[in-house]
Write a protein of this length. Sequence first.
Length: 116
Amino acid sequence: MRTVARRPGVLAASAPLFAALGDPTRLQLVARLCKGGPQSIARLTDGLHLTRQGITKHLRVLAESGLVRGSRTGRESRWALEPRRLTAARAYLDLISERWDKRLDALEQHLAKMGD
């Protein structure tokens, strides 16, 4: 993980991933794919107030960020989650969290020294 922190290009490459997850509809689609496994666009559209074309546009954004992949069987398109990308997102967030924890600990120690 430390090697990722030293390579800004790798961190910058994660921006599309977080941008894709930043949309409530796309986040809901990812959650559905996490829970239900590969699904058709018809099934993913069920219960949402979007057209199949709207869902398809969101799925394309997710695919461009590497979060999902689509496949066709006959006339049906099925979409599946790419868990490695979610794992990468979690690793980036863990790194940021670790850094904040260290900075807050250093601040706490500094303030404690000032109080003595």
